[in-house]
Design a protein around this ligand. Structure first.
Ligand code: BTN
Length: 252
């Protein structure tokens, strides 16, 4: 059982051994959910990644979590939220003694230049109404080294940083940080997190490529601005902003 501190106390923590996708399940459960409610799974058979990709989540190898949140001000208020999710996760890991995890814009967690965790924020809502968010995270703990675990990019595991003695404590820390930081984000916006982000940004100061469909822009990453936009310094010194959408960031 997962115990949560008094100030956090989500009304619901649902733990399922095997499921298609915790995000899908939580999206379908929205009418009955309260802000901060969490779904945990041991294994996903149809895990979803960003840009419609499949997310490999073998039994017991990952911390698989979806958290429900709601923004009364609607969709527009969600801009920058996914950056805050990454920061909350990194700081929760630090609080549990796992140091050295970095962020890759907008919300991948990196360890030694390899992917440690992926975050997928899915939204629903109608014009003029609240924005419903399901924040999903798959964090590699210790993956089974078998044929089924085929991940198509360099990946890292939390176990590289030390023994994972207590998964429940890890979940409590993660949920606590997520809830507190999301509440702070609602009050103060992404600008309140800019410094933290720039400190944790894996690519900050490094040469990168920004890919937008067929288009590719080269430059040096310069962190984020007060709207959470990615800043890229071009060779001519000009600063170009990227505000999310279908773009991806790579090392040059
Ligand atoms: C990525 O592509 O990097 C994002 C991966 C997000 C995976 C998590 S695992 C829990 C939640 N449920 C899903 O189906 N996806 C997210």
């Amino acid at each position: 059982p997962v115990r949560l501190g008094r100030e956090l106390a989500p009304t619901r923590v649902e733990v399922v051994p095997v499921i298609g996708s915790t995000n899908q399940h939580w999206l379908e459960s929205i009418p009955g959910l309260e802000k901060g409610d969490v779904c945990l799974a041991e294994c996903q058979t149809a895990g979803r990644g960003r840009r419609g990709r499949h997310w490999v989540s073998p039994f017991g190898g990952q911390l698989i979590l979806s958290l429900y949140w709601r923004l009364e001000q609607g969709m527009a208020a969600a801009m920058g939220l996914s950056l805050v999710v990454g920061i909350a996760v990194v700081e929760a890991l630090q609080a549990q003694g796992f140091e050295g995890v970095q962020l890759k814009w907008p919300n991948d967690l990196y360890l030694g230049g390899r992917k440690l965790a992926g975050i997928l924020v899915e939204m629903s809502g109608t014009a003029g109404g609240p924005c419903h968010l399901v924040i999903g995270m798959g964090l590699n703990l210790l993956l089974p080294k078998d044929e089924q675990t085929r991940i198509d990019q360099p990946w890292a595991e939390l176990a590289e940083l030390g023994e994972i003695a207590d998964r429940n404590a890890l979940v409590v820390a993660l949920v606590g940080y997520l809830q507190r930081y999301l509440a702070l984000f609602e009050r103060e916006g992404i600008a309140a997190f800019r410094e933290q982000w720039n400190r944790l940004d894996y690519f900050n100061g490094k040469p990168v490529r920004v890919l937008m469909g067929e288009q590719e822009v080269h430059g040096r990453a310069r962190g984020i601005d007060d709207q959470g936009a990615l800043l890229l310094e071009l060779d001519n010194g000009e600063i170009k902003r990227f505000l999310g959408g279908e773009i991806s960031l790579r090392g040059a």
